[in-house]
Design a protein around this ligand. Sequence first.
Ligand code: GLC
Length: 629
Amino acid sequence: MTMAASEAVLRALSGGLPHTCSDPYINNWKSVLFFKSRVNCRNNGGSLYQKSKNCSRMLWKYTWINACQGEDVACYVETQRAKRLESMRFKCQRADSVSGVTANENLPPISRPVNTVGVTVNGNVASAATVREKSHKAHEGSVEEEAWDLLRASVVYYCGNPIGTIAANDPSDTSILNYDQVFIRDFIPSGIAFLLKGEYDIVRNFILYTLQLQSWEKTMDCHSPGQGLMPANFKVRTVPLDGDDSATEDILDPDFGEAAIGRVAPVDSGLWWIILLRAYGKCSGDLSVQERVDVQTGIKMILKLCLADGFDMFPTLLVTDGSCMIDRRMGIHGHPLEIQALFYSALLCAREMLAPEDGSADLIRALNNRLVALSFHIREYYWIDMKKINEIYRYKTEEYSYDAVNKFNIYPDQIPSWLVDFMPNRGGYLIGNLQPAHMDFRFFSLGNLWSIISSLATVDQSHAILDLIEAKWADLVTEMPFKICYPSLEGQEWRIITGSDPKNTPWSYHNGGSWPTLLWQLTVACIKMNRPKIAERAVKLAERRISRDKWPEYYDTKKARFIGKQARLFQTWSIAGYLVAKLLLDNPSAARILVNEEDSELLNTLCDMINANPRRKRGRVGFKQPFIV
Ligand code: GLC
């Protein structure tokens, strides 16, 4: 697209607003969408800022940079971060020494009876149980305090403004790869923690700056990503300003997967962005961000990309392997549950935020249709419990007709032997993926938890998923919550499906590793279903060792006994996930900023559609709308 053409498009999109300043606080339109080669801001405090005298934040930046006596912003930020790290280390030491009791093994094991021998505390006789309870509280407090210090130390600044958090802040790590960058998905728990703490600026900045990166002109082997795609991650680079040795500029450099290991496009980024945008509005009460023209355009672009017609027969989103949290080959290409749950949630969030206007009627119609079809498809075809497995076990195959019971031609031999043991009598879950002649029976945690949160699963199904988690605690939670998926791929299957990936060996990393960050999603799901005790139990378990282990990215082995082979330490979303879980358990009503309630209008439409569609009727003899609860 030529410069003139892109400017014309921009003007059309923005309603002709002039481009006065590159600060997203002022700039209520999409400034860099099609033509800007990079998003940058200069740190020399010179004429650029003086030109923007009508822009208070710019002026603030100008003054502030001068106060920094010519040092560049990054240098100032580094000093601040170093200071924070110093105080953080001091606090860590203090926490260890205060709590000889915090030697974590000394904490009472969960749900085991505690010893009640009397001891003297502060002149009173107290039971060992009370002492332990007190020491547990003290330990809990110090873990939380440390987590906040670490989270703050991971904040990344762009032109002096907090804009995100780096993925990991591990000083001992020699191969950082891209863990020094801000990942969209990793920032979500950080953003939620800040929102719940009443610190809204960083989230607002993140939303607005990442929006500027959307559909950035990057290519992979001469091919550009689809318009509307959000990057997986971005880096703030501070570089010398051309022709001026004394000044630097900050650049936002996004990665849409063209540098990522395996070159995978992050389908989940845009979906998370929409979910966070709604949470920001609900928590801060500031709806002005979601109402902005550029933000509305951003939402629509993500939706258009997701709702675009393809060759699909299914309402689920078709994606490549590794397009979400599991971002390398794990055999989840096709229609993975995680993406479908986030998609459903993002559609509902977007519907709430889209301004009603003539131009968006078609989009809203498409969105509503998709919501209905998607929830039907997942609730009906992804759900398994003992009864359903038994049905599959007795399936007839090769049925050619509209009336087929076994619509996807699943061969019963596919039922893996582990599933028969794994499935409790009470409980069930949504399978990982569904393709012609293939059901991926693995349990994927994020997809199941987010299906509860978004109401993609029915109320009964949601309770059944939590029942299964309770029944299979020893497999899914073990010594560190929460398994990313169950079970792991082994032997020949591992070789073929992962491509012999040495990082994804059985019970490690994405292949059945345990990820503490999933605590926050577990907590939201439990609170939504009014079963917070399950989350409390998991948080207590994590609290025993997560800080002592230095907040690893993931744990290995079937029982999560080892810190992951290649796990980063001080992984930000492990820290933020823990904090969000704690904050929400203290104030469960705050979970509403993330939850999507079942939409009765949608349900009615779903029933009407099914009743009115003769093909579906024929296909479902005796269909009793099992999704209505
Ligand atoms: C790993 C994870 C991915 C995460 C990234 C940064 O690649 O698989 O989900 O976003 O690390 O933490």
